[in-house]
Design a binder for this molecule. Sequence first.
Ligand code: NAP
Length: 492
Amino acid sequence: MDAAQDAVVKTTVTALPGDGIGPEVMKATMEILAAAGAPIEWEMAEAGAEVFKKGLMTGVTREAMDSIAKNGLALKSPLETPVGFGGKSANVTLRKHFELYANIRPVRELPGVTTPFTGRGIDMVIVRENVEDVYAGIEHMQTTSVAQCLKLMTAPGCERIIRAAFAVAKAEERKKVTCATKANIMKLTEGMMKRVFEKVGPEFPEFAQDHIIIDNCAHQLVIAPEQFDVIVTSNMNGDIISDEAAGLVGGLGIAPSANLGDHVAMFEAVHGSAPQIAGKGLANPTALLSAAIMMLRHISAFEVAEKIEQALFITLAEGKNLTGDLSPRGHGVGTAAFTEQLISNLGRASNLPSRNYQKIELTAWPELTAHIEPGTRELVGIDVFLETDMAAKPLGEALEAIAEDTPFRLSGVSNRGVQVYPPTGGQTFLVDHFDCRFLLKHPIKLDGTSANGQPEISYLVQRIGAKFAWMHIEKLQRFDGKDAFERPQGEG
Ligand code: NAP
């Protein structure tokens, strides 16, 4: 090594070779980065199936966690979530442990990768919230036949992903940010993302902005995908449409992603460990390599990132020595030959220019428990969820009798979100899980000067509990004079 090379400051990155084809695509990626002169020092760490087998429920070793925390950067191959043993997904462990809230998925037509959409000019980024929503994994069986999953969305969670989307738009010199939600149905959760988008958006007048309902977004993605530039969306929506969008340009096998947080950035291929081809030297390293290119841009190594990207584009465009997944049957080569071909193309420019990238600058968030105190707060009632096999009418009448000499009145009973008492004439199929809404005859101001409605609630719940099995209670509050709850379908 000469003195000039010696002087290059290298960035240390934790490498997780993972499972299945993971070590093969990691080796290829490292070889290409080394050949291109990427200023990276690797620190190898272990996560995935082998770690689960050792009895570690997280699937990630302590050493790997410490290495990622120290370096703040990781390149990760696919990790298997073993079925039948082990705990939760190691991928989810990593995302949650390091609060990697922004999942960035570029979707761009690649030269030589022919799809029914080739030539449409697809070039977008999907920015998916990565830690909230139903993925918080808070699930409870309410009765033996009714399961519940809490969909938690927060104002700071929405704000930081929306700001991240604008940061991506700025870093990639894009023109439009589209917020995709299901706000028409889930007015409080998905609606929050839309409202925050409308509040934060005006700070970024340089970008066109619009909102689209997520199902129409899925539809538009296949009707006119070229209309999208940056799409920001919640976790579950993003999970689905980012896979859909990847399908437009050649599938998950070639799609990269970045998981960004305030302190750690983790880059990975979108595909899994492909156990069917593992160990055979057949895997295509394009997705992990593209993730590594994103990582190089994250550390502002723009020149070498472009050098590798251009070599990848030209290799794919010329179609020589491609892996089996990108070749006509029987014409594919192995990972090593593809890697060699790509390395031989380093320094050449393709017909598809790289975008003009800058570093994505995320907003730094204070390390405080996020809290917004409303001006006024009132308790207006409670929802009591109970289990019974009674019909709606006798149940409603029994609950009205129970509420009679309490500070509450029964407002209604609903079943899976549809009012069934007082009857509406609807034809609701009933399950043994009823939401019984009791409203206070006189709402109570929650200002810390009274018992905050505690005695009133306890009295009612005690009376209900004497006759029925209840599972949980929700307080019905009003913040700043506005109801902080939704009404069931059919309620007048
Ligand atoms: P998969 O591993 O993505 O594989 C599906 C198929 O896609 C493979 O059988 C292979 O098709 C093709 N493929 C995927 N990547 C390829 C590559 N780089 N080169 C060539 N072909 C590729 O999906 P899966 O079978 O559903 O999942 C397997 C395991 O991976 C599971 O344990 C799952 O939990 C895990 N997983 C991990 C992640 C992650 O770590 N982020 C993501 C998804 C899944 P052919 O068989 O036709 O060759």
